[in-house]
Each structure stands twice: as structure tokens, then as C-alpha cells.
Design a protein around this ligand. Sequence first.
Ligand SMILES: Cc1cc2nc3c(=O)[nH]c(=O)nc-3n(C[C@H](O)[C@H](O)[C@H](O)COP(=O)(O)OP(=O)(O)OC[C@H]3O[C@@H](n4cnc5c(N)ncnc54)[C@H](O)[C@@H]3O)c2cc1C
Length: 295
Amino acid sequence: MVESTPFDDLGLAVSSDEPLDRHTWLSVGGVARYFCEPVDEVALSKLVVRCHDVNIQLRVLGGGSNVLVPRAGFSGMVVRLSSPSFSAIEISQTSIKAGAGAKLVHVVSAAVQAGLSGIETLVGIPGTIGGSLIGNAGGQAGDIGERVSEVTLMNTRGTIDTRGRSDLAFQYRQSNLEDSIVLGCRLELDQENNIVLTKRMQKQWIVERSRQPSGTRTVGMMFKDPHGTSAESLIEQAGARDMYVGKASISGAHANYVVAGSQCSSDDIRSLLDEVRLVVRERLGIDLEPQLEVW
Ligand SMILES: Cc1cc2nc3c(=O)[nH]c(=O)nc-3n(C[C@H](O)[C@H](O)[C@H](O)COP(=O)(O)OP(=O)(O)OC[C@H]3O[C@@H](n4cnc5c(N)ncnc54)[C@H](O)[C@@H]3O)c2cc1C
């Protein structure tokens, strides 16, 4: 017998108890009580309004590269903006309009191909435009927020709104978008020769690849870099780079990445993060701020 849900009358494909390990980079974690991949903004709006009305917490999952889902799962609604209507990439002169579900790497490639510079240094960062805006993804050479001229959002009443530059605030790995659903953005870029640009992007890609754990997708970036130093160097200085808990260990390629081995549980990862944080605090007196968001 199929269980009834508060969404049955909406005509949307809502599933129950969806395993979230299928949708996250770390491939661990429990189920989402409700799960939906709406086909368009109208469907998303219906879902958002219903969740609000019946008091069900709603979260958006992008590429799942910055989320750790606990073994107990998530008791609300998880939405993925995976349908084509949320992933369009349109270029007009020096601006790019990208849907929240578009992969960041696709947007970077489209920009470079069109001879537009400003985001090519983001090439190694996994995930979607939505996730990159929420956490202002970036690296030493800059972050996405520097190039955003407007963001389209949906609020908890299902209403769509566009925020211009003056209403947007991006800081190191954070934004003022966290209470809304990001539907897309516009980026303002500069014109540049696309051969020069392609070479720069390829160089960046090689650097990123050499610094990221390879051969596995089950990795996560553990901590934000404190001002003036890197989490990687602090973990090494504290002598924590060989730590592990259960099947969760620290990457040999980069000490700020956790690697989930086979049969790893999200509890192993959570405990490893806590233990590394404690060791760095005790030995160096610095409290590392988690990068991975624990649901
Ligand atoms: C190998 C690896 C390398 C990485 N390198 C970097 C790096 O160099 N720089 C860096 O900044 N980060 C890096 N990260 C972290 C991560 O990739 C980024 O934070 C990325 O931008 C997250 O995007 P996502 O789509 O995967 O978001 P998710 O992990 O799916 O979600 C992250 C947060 O954003 C929210 N969210 C996602 N989409 C939406 C939306 N449309 N509307 C509202 N909320 C939304 C989620 O609810 C969650 O709170 C790395 C991660 C890995 C695994």
C-alpha cells in the first residue's frame, strides 16, 4: 500500500524515504523523508508553499559536495533543481545568466569558450551555481560573488524576486542568500582572447587536480581557511594528518579533505571532523570553522 503524503493533491512526483547517499559527494547518510525534483518554477512554488503551510522544513540540495547528511537522515523535504528548466546557461555580450541547477564547471566552460574571463579560476570546484552562490565558492584567485550582478530567488511563500548587486552581500564562504531558494544568477564578465583564457583555465585545472584527492569521488572539504593561513597547513602543523575514525580518513593528497572509505558512515566523518578540530584547538589554539555543512 502506498503511504499518503501531504503533497498527494499537488500532482508532483514526490517520493518518500529517498536515500541521500545517492546525491552527495561523500556518498553517506540516511534518507530524506520527502524528496522531489520539480520540473519548473510553478511546481517548485507549489511545493514550497505546501511545505510552509504544513510546517515541513525544506532544503535544497545542489551537487551535494558541501553537505554531510547524518545517518538518521533528514525529516523534511529535500528538493533538487535537476530538471533542464533550472539549468539553462545563456550568454549575452559580457553577461552570463545561469540557472541554479547548472553545474559550475559547465558555466565556467561556457564563459571561457565565449571569450569571457572572471570565473575561470573556479574551474576545479564541484557543485552547482546554487550551491556556489550560497557559500560564495572560490579560492585564492577570487570567488564567484565578485562577478554576480543579480540573483533570482524564491521565498518561503513561493514568490520570485530578483536582488541586484546593492542587495547582495558576499563574504569569505558565505552570502546573505541563505534563507531563500536560489533560482539563478547573472554574472558580469570581461572580454578576453579565448585561447589565452583556455590556457589559463587548463593551468588552473591541473593545479586543482594535483591538490585534490583523485581516484575517488567520496571526498569532502573539512574546514574553512582561517584568515591569513590555511586549514591544510594547520592540520599538518598539529600533527593530525594521519588521523582516522572508522572508515573516514584524511586525504594523503591534501590534509583538509576527508575521504570516505567503503562502508564509511556519516558518523565516522562527523567524529573525524570533531577530533581534528579538537586536536588543532588544543595544540595550536585555533578553532577551525567547518566548511562541510552537517544536516
Ligand atoms: C573535491 C572538492 C573540492 C572543493 N573545492 C572547493 C574550493 O576550491 N572552493 C570552495 O569554495 N569550495 C570547494 N568545495 C566545496 C563545495 O564544492 C562548494 O561549497 C560548492 O559550491 C557547493 O555546491 P553544491 O551545489 O555541491 O552545494 P551543496 O553541497 O548541494 O549545498 C551546499 C549548501 O547550499 C545550499 N543550496 C544548494 N543549492 C541551493 C539553491 N539552489 N538554493 C538554496 N540553497 C541551495 C544547500 O542547501 C546547502 O546549504 C570543494 C568540495 C569538494 C568535494
